[in-house]
Each structure stands twice: as structure tokens, then as C-alpha cells.
Design a protein around this ligand. Sequence first.
Ligand SMILES: [Zn+2]
Ligand SMILES: [Zn+2]
Length: 265
Amino acid sequence: MFVDSHCHLTFPELHDRIDAIRADMAAARVDRALVICTTLEEFPRVHALALRHDNFWSSAGVHPDNEGVEEPTVDRLTALAALPKVVGIGETGLDYYRLGERTVHDMQWQRERFRVHIRAARQVHKPLIVHTRSASDDTLAMLREEGAEQAGGVFHCFTETMAVARGALDLGFMVSFSGIVTFRNAEDLREVARFVPLDRCLIETDSPYLAPVPHRGKVNNPSFVPHVAATVAQVKGVPLEEFARATSANFERLFRVPAPAATAN
Ligand SMILES: [Zn+2]
Ligand SMILES: [Zn+2]
């Protein structure tokens, strides 16, 4: 009944424990997950998980933080996006958090990479999975400039302001909340969660990182996503069952995946 819209099951913390994680997911009523790709080198393993398990799907893309990896082209991404069970382009976006010695100006390569993803998403009509950190103005500006509303998508692991949420919604994008929304000091983010319409909300773990309360500090996995759902449902004043149904329907609509009844697993 719950969907984890963003997890990294190929990361070393999780990859050797897939069977145990799947059992925990079933026990927690987390019936589906979108496994997110962060490099082209990693794609075959991400995609293999989606092919092996009926209730897993895959994305194709290169994370903005990854340097020294194969650079994607529009053609490469559109080819990967055409493969079975690849339902989104990303994760992609802009991240100016780790500039080090560099300035924002030096991050032109990141903006070019983001542009390539947006163009690929528009070509294949698949949604963008957007990562933005310390770069929300440029992220929104580039999405507008490149006509990303034609592809649609989601701002994942949302930690930005109300104004940025409004910008994402104006573009027709969804907003996905992670375990951060459960953290004690995240009152501003809970205000954003209250504001985002129910038909535009997704939930995710971004596992193995950012485990929600009461598992904070542990290795995260998709079976923890109900804790994210419980917090957002509570701040919105919506019964948990209704919130789970709504966010699952949003996932199906955005990524064009079948409802569970049609999923043989
Ligand atoms: Zn991310
Ligand atoms: Zn991620």
C-alpha cells in the first residue's frame, strides 16, 4: 500500500540484503519501490533489480554530484529510457553544496548535464527525478528555460522553502518528502508538507541515507517509508490509509506504472 518513490538499492549498504529488505517491505506493507540510478556505470545493476522483481522500477541518469564518471548524452539517455521498466530520467539536477574551491560559475558542466537530462526526458515523455541542493534558483530557472513541464517530474527529498515548492508545483511537478520531514528540527519542512496538495505529494526513503525517526542514524531501507507517510499524513490532517492511497496513485500517474492489482507479485 505504500510506495518508496526513491531508493538506492544498489549501494553497498543495501545491495547484499535485497531478499531481507523485500521481506521487511512486505511486512511493512511497502508494496513497490523505484530504484534510482546515479551513474551510467551503475545503470545495469539498477535495471537488473527492476527486471528481476515485478514491484521494482528503475530510472536512468547521472547524479549532479558524480564527477569522473561517464557523461550522458541525450541519445544515450533516451536509449536507456526505452528499456522495459525504466520509468523516469534521473536523478539529475544541480548541487552547489560541495563547491569546495569552486564558484557557482565553475559548475557549468553540471548545468550542461542537467540540460541533457531535461532534453532526454522531453523526447521520451518520461518524468524527471530532480535533485536540488543549494541551487534552487538555477534549478527552477533551467527547468523553465528547457520546457521541462512537458516532461513533468518530481523534486525528490524536498528540503527547500515554500517558495521553491510553489515553483515546482507551478511547473506541474510533484514534491517528494523523505525521512527529513520526521526530524525534530524540520518544522519549516512540515509547513511545506502541509501546503503541498495531496495529489502532488510523493514519499521516499532516499535509502540508504536519511532514515526517518524512530530509526534515525540507522541504515535506511524502503520498509521505513511508512514513517515518512505517517508524519506527512499527520501534518496534513489526513488519515494514514487515505494518504497512502493518494501517494500511491500519484506515483502511478507520474511514472505510468500499473496499480498493484495489475502487478503480479
Ligand atoms: Zn538526491
Ligand atoms: Zn537519491
